[in-house]
Ligand binder design. Structure first.
Ligand SMILES: *[C@@H]1O[C@H](CO)[C@@H](O)[C@H](O)[C@H]1NC(C)=O
Ligand SMILES: *[C@@H]1O[C@H](CO)[C@@H](O)[C@H](O)[C@H]1NC(C)=O
Ligand SMILES: *[C@@H]1O[C@H](CO)[C@@H](O)[C@H](O)[C@H]1NC(C)=O
Ligand SMILES: *[C@@H]1O[C@H](CO)[C@@H](O)[C@H](O)[C@H]1NC(C)=O
Ligand SMILES: *[C@@H]1O[C@H](CO)[C@@H](O)[C@H](O)[C@H]1NC(C)=O
Ligand SMILES: *[C@@H]1O[C@H](CO)[C@@H](O)[C@H](O)[C@H]1NC(C)=O
Ligand SMILES: *[C@@H]1O[C@H](CO)[C@@H](O)[C@H](O)[C@H]1NC(C)=O
Ligand SMILES: *[C@@H]1O[C@H](CO)[C@@H](O)[C@H](O)[C@H]1NC(C)=O
Length: 602
């Protein structure tokens, strides 16, 4: 443990800490054992000797309290450290310096929310004090530090603070929500200094997006009073300068924070008084950002990148990233731009082509790296558009220099920047002409859900196509005088897992439409067993429409029945077929476990 009188072996650090220590020791009001603070809406804090910093309770958005240290002489009470970011304290909570020397935060019922944990156990704490550099310490009677907030940083480091091996800064969730967020800045025990995305909401780190590459040589990050932030080796050699050439801590308040957007930033703020440069605004101004463009920096991992899924990131004039949904997409949570975006339209069905219902929104200099599953070269833009349009799995295409990449859903690591080049083509539905799918989602759950959903979403289109095809086919058949047989390679197979059956097959399956299960105004339903390729144990119901489906009542009844069947039988699946000519046949296959009586429903 370092002693306050002779703080660190390093000359550099000794120089750093000296002035603060002297000030603190002579003028700072010591906090004696047994003292406490209670969280309430007024001021409730202990201040440092100069008044620059305060330690106490700050009310967070939502009304609960954060036990924190903040800059107290500026209008913006910027928080630099906190004890309970992930477990806010209700009003009436107290922080107490126990006679045992432990600092504890208890809720009004006396339940412990947080406590200082010591590593050195031999010294007993005799007082606490908030130093003028923003460090809150618990010290022994010989002023040796037993515990200090500088050893347990939150998301910020201050001049004279050192980030030791094993220390990390974890970004806040958002500007106003202090809980642990999505990024961390880690001085690893192996000596490398790394920026990571975290697998939010878990604490595990995901992928690194910046590092000093100093494995085995890196030692500590030092923020000195001249405003330099450097990574040093154990022999004090500077390995990497993170920020330099800044005004000194005498004329400016300074802090370096891992911001909620994943950028490590060094900020300065003019102090009041004589040394002040009046041209500086009374606000935090940015001195350095690492990485310089976060939008481009994060491009791999299992997360979504700087912004949410389907969102894209653009660096603003203030050097801050902005997350935006592409046209046709909207935020899941309209109040949180860092969240993912969802399509504002019913996605393309894989069962029915719907090609005319989709178009592209074109965005220059935009890319979503990593989500591609098809790369074509050399092609032109029209080819690229067509390729994506005809592929129901394709949610966007990137076209750049004769390259075409198909992107799957959801899109990740989105960015818009001049350096990206090319263009993104986002597939969106034209207009609003789709059926609603709410009814289905809760009915046909498991594996069949998608198929059923697709079938129903496409039903109206399906019927139109059906009528159209029918007309063509009737004409064709009349000229050929021969039954058409649909098989696997037939264009009328409408999508994955949907099989069209010929009249002969259905005739065979029902043994010539022998066993009638029920009948209605438009159709009769027959019992059958499965045909050919399908599992032989399957019972099937074959519905024979007595008239050609016409627009109007026939179509509505057809739809109503489909909805009815899917509602009643979870785990159901469809396949469809029709017989050309005067008959239309809908073939439904219900899974084995469904009893025969189910068929009587229709
Ligand atoms: C505590 O004191 C004992 C006995 O004086 C000593 O052996 C031990 O190393 C000390 N531990 C620490 C952490 O200073
Ligand atoms: C604070 O307490 C320490 C240890 O008892 C003492 O050395 C120091 O003078 C005290 N400072 C003030 C301002 O009372
Ligand atoms: C400091 O505390 C130790 C016990 O923790 C005690 O032995 C010593 O006398 C104290 N020194 C002063 C100056 O109070
Ligand atoms: C802050 O963000 C966390 C993580 O998303 C969330 O659980 C918590 O409710 C948020 N707090 C407030 C006050 O919004
Ligand atoms: C802070 O670090 C910079 C860069 O190493 C150095 O030039 C400067 O003298 C240091 N300032 C102090 C007060 O140690
Ligand atoms: C200090 O350590 C670094 C990294 O281990 C090494 O490259 C450098 O030569 C050393 N410098 C001195 C003066 O020892
Ligand atoms: C005040 O700060 C600005 C910005 O660094 C600088 O250009 C200017 O010379 C400074 N003025 C004085 C009087 O120091
Ligand atoms: C859907 O219709 C609503 C109401 O007419 C309209 O506000 C909205 O923009 C339409 N959406 C699309 C994608 O056309």
């Amino acid at each position: 443990m370092a002693s306050l009188c002779f703080p660190f072996p390093s000359l550099l650090l000794l120089l750093l800490l000296r002035p603060f220590f002297t000030v603190a020791q002579t003028t700072s009001p010591n906090i004696t054992l047994g003292k406490s603070l209670t969280a309430h809406s007024g001021d409730s804090f202990w201040s440092s000797a100069s008044g620059d910093f305060a330690f106490g309770f700050r009310q967070a958005v939502g009304g609960d309290y954060l036990l924190a240290i903040w800059f107290n002489k500026i209008d913006e009470k910027t928080v630099v450290w906190s004890a309970n970011r992930d477990k806010l304290a209700p009003g009436g909570s107290t922080v107490l310096l126990k006679t045992s020397g432990q600092l504890v935060l208890n809720d009004p019922a006396g339940k412990q929310i947080w406590s200082s944990t010591f590593t050195a156990t031999n010294q007993s704490v005799s007082f606490a004090v908030l130093l003028d550099n923003g460090n809150f310490i618990l010290a022994a009677n010989d002023s040796e530090i037993v515990w200090q907030s500088f050893d347990d940083p939150t998301d910020t480091i201050l001049p004279s603070q050192i980030l030791k091996k094993g220390n990390k800064l974890v970004a806040s969730y958002s500007e106003t929500n202090y809980s642990s967020g999505r990024f961390e800045f880690y001085m690893q025990t192996d000596g490398n200094l790394v920026l990571y995305t975290r697998n939010f909401p878990s604490d595990a780190i995901s992928n690194h997006y910046w590092s000093t590459d100093t494995v085995n040589v890196g030692f500590q990050v030092v923020f000195n009073l001249s405003g330099s932030i450097v990574l040093i080796a154990e022999n004090k050699t500077i390995l990497d300068t993170l920020s330099s050439n800044n005004p000194t801590a005498q004329t400016f308040y300074q802090r370096a924070i891992l911001d909620h957007d994943g950028v490590f930033r060094h900020y300065i703020y003019p102090r009041g008084g004589t040394g002040r440069n009046s041209s500086w605004p009374k606000a935090w101004s940015l001195s350095k950002s690492i990485p310089s463009n976060i939008c481009l920096a994060i491009s791999q991992g299992s997360d979504s990148g700087a912004c949410g899924f389907n969102s894209y990131c653009k660096l603003g004039d203030d050097q801050k990233p902005f997350c935006t949904c592409p046209e046709g997409y909207v935020l899941f949570d309209p109040n949180d731009v860092t969240q993912s975006c969802k399509p504002n339209f019913v996605p393309q069905s894989c069962a029915f082509p719907e090609i005319d219902d989709f178009d592209f929104v074109s965005m220059d200099n935009t890319d979503w790296p990593q989500a591609d599953y098809g790369h074509y070269l050399p092609v032109d833009e029209d080819w690229c558009r067509n390729e994506c349009l005809n592929d129901c799995l394709c949610s966007a295409a990137i076209f750049r220099d004769g390259n075409c990449w198909k992107k799957k859903f959801p899109l990740s690591f989105g960015r818009m920047d001049y350096s990206v080049g090319g263009k993104a083509l986002i597939k969106v539905r034209r207009g609003n002409s789709t059926l609603q799918s709410q009814n289905l989602d809760r009915n046909c759950k498991n594996k069949t859900k998608i198929i059923i959903g697709s079938v129903l979403l496409g039903i109206s289109l399906f019927l139109n196509i059906l009528l159209f095809l029918l007309t063509l086919l009737i004409g064709y058949r009349f000229s050929k005088r021969k039954l058409l047989k649909f098989n696997g390679g037939d264009p009328f197979i409408l999508g994955v897992n949907l099989r069209a059956f010929s009249y002969e097959e259905l005739n065979k399956a029902t043994k010539g439409f022998k066993e009638q299960l029920g009948s209605g105004a438009f159709a009769t339903v027959y019992k059958g067993t499965t045909l050919g390729s399908v599992d032989d144990n399957n019972l099937v119901a074959v519905k024979k429409l007595e008239n050609i489906v016409k627009e109007g009542s026939g179509e509505n009844e057809f739809k109503a029945e489909l909805v009815f069947v899917t509602k009643e039988n979870t785990g159901c699946w469809f396949t469809s077929s029709w017989k050309t000519g005067l008959l239309q046949i809908l073939f439904l296959s219900l899974q084995n476990q469904l009893g025969i009586q189910e068929f009587n429903l229709f």
